[in-house]
Ligand binder design. Structure first.
Ligand SMILES: NC(=O)c1ccc[n+]([C@@H]2O[C@H](COP(=O)([O-])OP(=O)(O)OC[C@H]3O[C@@H](n4cnc5c(N)ncnc54)[C@H](OP(=O)(O)O)[C@@H]3O)[C@@H](O)[C@H]2O)c1
Length: 286
């Protein structure tokens, strides 16, 4: 069976207007699904949707909504009432940067809402219907930042760990009903911001991809970011091979190395990775 037949007619991509989320929308359309794209900024959303519609000839709807708002469940329920949602990709994130005690509480709680509460709300809304139909897929987008304490990105990393554990649980509970669940550990990925950050890296410090030292490997990965398209294809190609997958084989190596280290060392590798850059924390990779 093809992708659309396996999962169902419509994909919902949460956090869809740019970057990796736009690539998830584009790749779902390329694989024959209609797409409901969600993000806050209406203009960017409409532009991306128009482009995807034109290139793939599928139906593309947009929903301008804040995935951090407490009414998000109701808003998405109304927008999906008449649709068979076969695939949910939860890609949105809020990633406040800086020392925990310097980040305003309001921003931290927004991050918790977008990274933790809303995936629960949307899975609660859409997964029961997938189970009833006996088919469906859920992709949760994570980060290597979610495998250890994440200096400068504490709330973000904790939220990414939440998504990972949620996905593993859903994988175990829904698989027998024909619903594929997978969590993708995403490594550094190109974007205009990322590419500006990359230009500040020291090529010697970040030029040891074959080293057995996790910090060297993580630094080398910074120099060789994935494309958003590569990340989207990696998740869709591996959707049935959960509970976790990686955007690249190196990301599997780096995540496993972090989990194998004594915790203090794992946290210190991440801290050193953050210090690789010469630019301010809110421009750094996450
Ligand atoms: N880029 C990387 O190097 C990297 C590395 C590891 C993991 N990841 C993960 O990959 C995912 C995508 O990252 P990205 O770099 O592509 O992100 P991005 O460029 O910042 O795009 C995020 C998307 O989510 C939307 N969004 C953000 N907050 C939202 C909210 N409150 N409500 C609704 N939509 C919202 C944004 O649109 P609006 O702002 O208009 O709402 C945008 O469409 C994230 O889960 C991130 O953790 C990325």
């Amino acid at each position: 069976v093809n992708f659309a037949e396996r999962y169902g007619q419509w994909a919902v991509v949460a956090g869809a207007s740019q970057g990796i989320g736009r690539a998830f929308s584009d790749e779902a359309a390329a694989r024959g699904l209609n797409v409901l794209m969600i993000a806050r900024g209406q203009e960017a959303l409409e532009l991306s949707a128009a482009d995807i519609r034109a290139r793939h000839g599928v139906e593309v709807r947009t929903l301008a909504a804040d995935l951090g708002s407490s009414s998000v469940g109701e808003v998405v329920a109304n927008a999906t009432d008449d649709l068979e949602i076969g695939l949910l990709v939860y890609n949105a994130t809020v990633a406040p940067a800086g020392r925990f005690i310097d980040v305003p509480l309001e921003l931290q709680l927004q991050s918790v809402a977008v990274n933790c509460a809303t995936p629960v709300i949307l899975c609660n809304l859409l997964a029961p219907k997938m189970v009833q139909r006996g088919r469906g897929g859920i992709g949760i987008v994570g980060s290597n930042g979610g495998t250890q304490g994440s200096v400068h990105f504490g709330t973000y990393g904790a939220g990414k760990a939440f998504g990972w554990i949620l996905a593993e649980t859903l994988w175990a509970e829904l698989g027998d009903a024909g619903v594929h669940v997978n969590h993708i550990f995403v490594g550094p990925t190109s974007s205009p911001n990322y590419d500006a950050f990359k230009a500040t890296l020291d090529p010697v410090l970040c030029g040891r991809p074959d080293s057995d030292d996790p910090l060297d490997r993580a630094r080398a990965r910074l120099m060789d970011p994935s494309s958003p398209q590569e990340v989207a294809a990696a998740l869709y190609d591996q959707l049935g091979d959960g509970p976790v997958c990686y955007s690249r084989p190196e990301d599997a190596w780096i995540s496993r190395a972090s989990l194998d280290l004594p915790r203090a060392e794992a946290v210190n590798v991440w801290r050193a990775l953050q210090e690789t850059s010469t630019v301010r924390p809110d421009r750094q990779a996450r």
